[in-house]
Design a protein around this ligand. Structure first.
Ligand SMILES: Nc1ncnc2c1ncn2[C@@H]1O[C@H](COP(=O)(O)OP(=O)(O)O)[C@@H](O)[C@H]1O
Ligand SMILES: [Mg+2]
Length: 414
């Protein structure tokens, strides 16, 4: 029996990684034999149109990049997860609550070292005729400076649901505190204690069972924020960052998410880890871009063949049971969460599956990165991203980084 899995992609304007993913999957031309069936794979970019709530989708799996801002596809995803046998990488219910706030709460509940964080009532109230009467009865006047003192200066004021640094300000005195609060208008804000003088900013990216931890430089321009760096963390810190990423992802049922952690001394502080539409751009991931595409391919194929299904159910109680154990240290709790997470993400089975069915993909992806097909993606992406006078320089820059990746891959395999 043969079965062709349709992989749907709900996309915005990004072209680079979707084109790369389609190209690598096409080149791999997989026929995976498992459970008496031969599994093949094809992709489709999905369109947005009216749908019958009883319609049966054709996809085995959908990669969503729209649900975080676009209600119509988001509601389609919710229908699918409740009704149909389609795997979604990210749970659309927790993803909708993917504001930082929910993630902070859950991880504080698990005892992670989230810096002191408070929420403020929005400066400009909700535009609702009920507000006035409600406020007169129940909205308390508060002393903004007292809250800031409780959090501790310096601090960051940032939107509870933020992303892409929008509305984030560093506050060092009362003047900037009031100004930032006034400017926040309708947005609900957190005040969060700053982790000052950190040694490393690590950004980790999880794609199902695959994870990578990268050295991140937020002060640099986009194309230069990740440095190519293999040993920037001690093994202990590296493992802790990985455990935090896996815990967040498994807890919320996210399989495509990035996590920001600040490392100071022996402490790992998670500050931003609800990014369920993580940056996958070739121009920002550069050297690590082929890894991301290859990992996405492997994970998607694994999910389709093994019939993995996203659900609305979470397993929060199992995590809280560990969190509530007075006899366990922070490290022991984290190890407990990691165990649950590795099980939820099916790490072991995924490894076996890759060894059995996808062992040739690594080599194939290196040859692809060295091909003219891949070069076309670099050239087009640069032309779509940078002004004309920078094209030549950046094409050479990214070609060099991709060649370095291919070279390192060949050296590691030899
Ligand atoms: N608690 C903090 N300590 C130190 N730096 C912080 C803290 N919170 C935010 N930042 C800085 O501000 C940037 C943006 O904040 P972040 O929470 O990541 O928001 P966004 O979701 O917009 O990326 C971070 O990448 C970091 O450089
Ligand atoms: Mg961030």
């Amino acid at each position: 029996m043969a079965r062709t899995h349709l992989i749907g992609m709900l996309l915005g304007v990004e072209e680079d990684w979707p084109a790369a993913f389609e190209a690598l999957l096409g080149r791999a031309d997989l026929a995976v034999r498992e459970g008496g069936e031969t599994h093949r794979f094809t992709t489709e970019r999905m369109t947005i149109e009216p749908f019958d709530l009883r319609m049966r989708p054709r996809q085995s799996l959908v990669i969503d990049r729209l649900g975080w801002w676009y209600p119509m596809p988001r509601e389609w995803l919710k229908k699918v997860v409740l009704m149909d046998h389609v795997h979604l990488l990210n749970n659309p219910f927790t993803f909708q609550a993917m504001e930082k706030h929910a993630a902070y709460c859950a991880m504080i509940r698990l005892g992670l070292k989230v810096p002191e964080t408070w929420m403020l009532p929005n400066k400009t109230p909700p535009d609702n005729p009920r507000f006035q009467g409600t406020a007169e009865r129940y909205l308390r006047y508060f002393d903004l400076e007292a809250v800031a003192r409780a959090v501790g200066m310096p601090l960051y004021m940032k939107p509870f649901d933020g992303g892409a640094w929008v509305g984030v300000s560093r506050i060092e005195n009362a003047e900037t505190l009031y100004r930032a609060y006034d400017e926040s208008e309708q947005r609900l804000m957190h005040l969060q204690a700053s982790v000052d003088g950190y040694d490393v900013f690590a950004r980790s990216l999880g794609i199902g069972a695959e994870t990578i931890v990268l050295n991140f430089h937020p002060e640099k321009p986009m194309h230069d924020r990740y440095s190519v760096d293999h040993n920037f963390l001690t093994p202990r810190a590296g493992d802790e960052v990985l455990s935090i990423l896996r815990t967040v992802n498994a807890f919320f049922r996210w399989e495509l998410n990035s996590c920001e952690t600040l490392i100071r001394g022996d402490d790992v502080y998670p500050i931003d880890y609800a990014n369920a539409t993580p940056d996958l751009a070739l121009t920002s991931l550069h050297y690590y871009f082929p890894w991301a595409i290859r990992s996405l391919l492997k994970w998607v194929v694994f999910c389709c063949v093994t019939g993995r299904l996203q659900t609305v159910d979470l397993n929060t109680e199992a995590y809280y049971a560990i969190a509530d154990r007075a006899d366990l240290s922070y490290e022991e709790k984290l190890a407990g969460y990691r165990k649950l997470a590795d099980k939820q993400l099916d790490i072991e089975r995924y490894r076996d599956f890759c060894a059995q069915h996808l062992a040739h993909i690594d080599e194939l992806s290196v040859a692809w990165v060295e091909s003219a097909d891949f070069d076309r993606i670099i050239v087009e992406t640069v032309r779509n991203t940078f002004p004309a006078h920078e094209h030549e320089q950046f094409i050479a820059h990214f070609r060099g980084l991709m060649a370095a990746w291919a070279h390192d891959q060949r050296a590691a395999a030899a």
